[in-house]
Write a protein that binds this ligand. Sequence first.
Ligand code: MG
Length: 248
Amino acid sequence: MNLIKTPEEIQVMKEGGRILATVLKEVQKMAVEGITTLELDKAAEALILAAGAKPAFKGYEGFPYSLCTSVNDVIVHGFPSNYVLKNGDMVGLDLGVLWKGYNTDMAVSVAVGEIPFETRRLMTVTKTALRLGIKKARAGVTTGDIGSTIQRYVEDQGFGVVRDLQGHGIGKLVHEDPGVPNYGQRHKGTKLEAGMVICIEPMLTMGGITIKKAKDGYGFATRDGSLSAHFEHTLVITKDGCKVLTEV
Ligand code: MG
């Protein structure tokens, strides 16, 4: 598979990414005490359709919804349900948009009401880990360079970085090569080239990094029940850096 996108393809993904970021921003605002995760899913889907795009995750590997909602110890891929968000929860919102044949992918973790200081710190460190990964990304660096940057920072902050789930290339398919792990060794892995489009998505935990199937049978949760946070952007690699596509 050719992993280098043409300028035309990148332009389409930029448009899709803007729709995605706009929708996710709206859905994020709705994630307050008293709403169900299923209501968030319905809102996300309606906003995507209203923009003339399609929800990329719906039907993907059997996933029946548009939005992944991962509450507290659920790391990613959680099913929306009748669960009512309550004060102190942290919910991961992971959304994909299909626009003119190309996918973009983005995730945020959101605090519901008042959350403990350490939970807030977990979220901040995850967001910063994503930012550091993005800062590292450019033509000539490897996926291992990005992974080691994220891992060293996260472990320095006293949190765990999940190994069994990772970022990925993206385009006509939601998941393309290369894999983009959130750990690793410098100079190892796949060398990035200008025109590649990848998703960087650190998944952090407050405790152990071993994962298990979540109760819904689809998502992944921490085995020890510790809290987990997740942030993600889709970005295109350029000669001297990268450009985030999932922004308003
Ligand atoms: Mg992803």
